[in-house]
Ligand binder design. Structure first.
Ligand code: 5GP
Length: 180
């Protein structure tokens, strides 16, 4: 049923202020860990579209070492709330020898991130780590090593702060659980 015909409520999870404070902390941690980055050899953020676009925009402004930004498109959810199990990855990057940090919105079963990680590994970066705003450990089916996590969340359906349901709710400044 479309959103227009369903009564939905969003239970608040993390406020805009809480998100902002946590991102400050992650940005500091990343800046410390990549203190050796230079304009010639910057940290390269690879942002997973579309869900991570707001997170990445805020995160990059808390990072104090030289960095560059690129985007990769991955989709495993159509208009449903469960993964299709079929991840399509699109990118056009040459990142051999670079220090990459993948920036993701949510790691759920881990399938999407596992496949993106594998697709980037074959490009032979100097290093490759993962930063995810949200982690749903209870939902994990495919192991993923997350270097930087914003928040661990229960196995529910989250929206807001760039994260959608059927393209809606990305504009919300906070994160919440979608209940219908
Ligand atoms: P995974 O492959 O780990 O099962 O799913 C990862 C992707 O599914 C995320 O990047 C995100 O796009 C989507 N996803 C997983 N959980 C949620 C959720 O709770 N809410 C929304 N809106 N998308 C989710």
């Amino acid at each position: 049923m479309s959103k227009e015909h369903t009564v939905t409520t969003i239970t608040p999870l993390f406020s805009a202020e809480t998100i902002k404070n946590r991102i400050q902390e992650i940005g500091k941690e990343i800046s410390d860990d990549y203190a050796g980055a230079t304009p010639e050899c910057p940290l390269h953020l690879v942002v997973v579209l579309k869900g991570a676009f707001i997170f990445a925009a805020d995160l990059v402004r808390t990072i104090t070492v030289p960095c560059t930004v690129d985007f990769i498109h991955a989709s495993s959810y159509g208009s449903e709330k469960t993964s299709s199990g079929n991840v399509v990855i699109r990118h056009n990057m040459n990142v051999a020898g670079r220090h990459l940090l993948l920036v993701e919105d949510i790691i759920d079963t881990g399938l999407t991130m596992q496949q993106i990680f594998a697709a980037l590994t074959v490009l032979q970066p100097a290093s490759l780590k993962i930063c995810s705003l949200l982690d749903k450990p209870e939902a994990r089916k495919h192991p993923v090593e997350i270097a930087y996590t914003g928040f661990k969340v229960p196995n529910t359906f989250i929206v807001g702060y760039g994260i959608d349901y059927n393209q809606h709710y990305r504009e919300l400044p906070s994160l919440g659980i979608l209940c219908s």
